[in-house]
Design a protein around this ligand. Structure first.
Ligand code: ATP
Length: 238
């Protein structure tokens, strides 16, 4: 089986600072793959490069059988790669529903869009209850849900989530993680970046640990969950 996403020897720099130093990994259809690692390890930079927001110095990215080299970000979305960025980036003055509709801006299957809006409200009932309210009035956690819902509105082949639980209360975090598990059980392919290594590894089919721009350890989510060095460094165990 060819992978849905293949990343080969990817290097990304900000001027002279090399943030990603030659990483390789793949994501098969239907899998949840997670990147965990310390602050500044290069995880966000990796996702932003896959979305076409940053250009790599070198390396290859293949998505759904084609190279993403020099493909602009909006085209990458239309190929089926959606990104729910760190820090939410919703449009605060627009209603919740209009924010969701923006996620479908490349689609013209009206019935499908309406179905997916209803689906977003099933996944996140609070968004349905407040659908006509300005998105800026939502709490941080609810905005995070909206960002995820909006990314799903493009019906992506691959959903990339950058720290979906950032800044959330434990209960909200559990909700987000349960939603990711539900999406996975429906067959959605997900590339997940998470500070909460315990939660991410519990969900993931495959996981990679990044440190200063490199992948230093890879394995199944369960393997890494039980790996002693991971437990010490990322799960807070002595
Ligand atoms: P975190 O978990 O803290 O979000 P991360 O693994 O996502 O970290 P990145 O945000 O990808 O890490 O950052 C990787 C490195 O690149 C860091 O050293 C960071 O300071 C640097 N960096 C990130 N964005 C920029 C930028 N716009 N200009 C210069 N350096 C940057």
């Amino acid at each position: 089986m060819t992978a849905l996403l293949e990343v080969e020897d990817l290097r990304v720099a900000y001027g002279k600072i090399e943030a990603v130093k030659g990483i390789s990994f793949k994501v098969d259809a239907g899998e949840v793959v997670t990147l965990i690692g310390t602050n500044g390890a290069g995880k966000t930079t990796t996702l932003r490069t896959l979305s076409g927001l940053l250009q790599p110095v070198s390396g290859h990215v293949r998505f759904d059988g084609r190279s993403l080299k020099k493909i602009p970000a909006h085209k990458i979305v239309s190929l089926g790669l959606a990104h729910s960025p760190e820090g939410r980036h919703i449009f605060p003055r627009m209603t919740i529903e209009d924010n969701l509709r923006l996620g479908a801006f490349l689609r013209n299957d009206k019935d499908g869009i309406e179905k997916d809006i209803r689906r977003a409200y099933e996944l996140f009932p609070i968004l349905g209850e407040r659908s006509k309210q300005a998105a800026g009035t939502l709490s941080g956690g609810e905005q995070q849900m909206l960002a995820m819902g909006r990314a799903l509105m493009s019906r992506p082949k691959l959903l990339m989530l950058d720290e979906p639980s950032m800044g959330l209360s434990p209960i909200m975090m559990q909700k987000i993680m349960a939603t990711i598990a539900e999406l996975k059980s429906e067959g959605t392919t997900i590339l997940l970046i998470e500070q909460n290594a315990q939660a991410a590894l519990s969900l993931a089919d495959h996981a990679h640990v990044m440190e200063v721009g490199k992948i230093v350890l890879s394995g199944s989510g369960q393997d890494l969950l039980h790996d002693e060095s991971v437990r010490k460094a990322y799960l807070g165990e002595d």
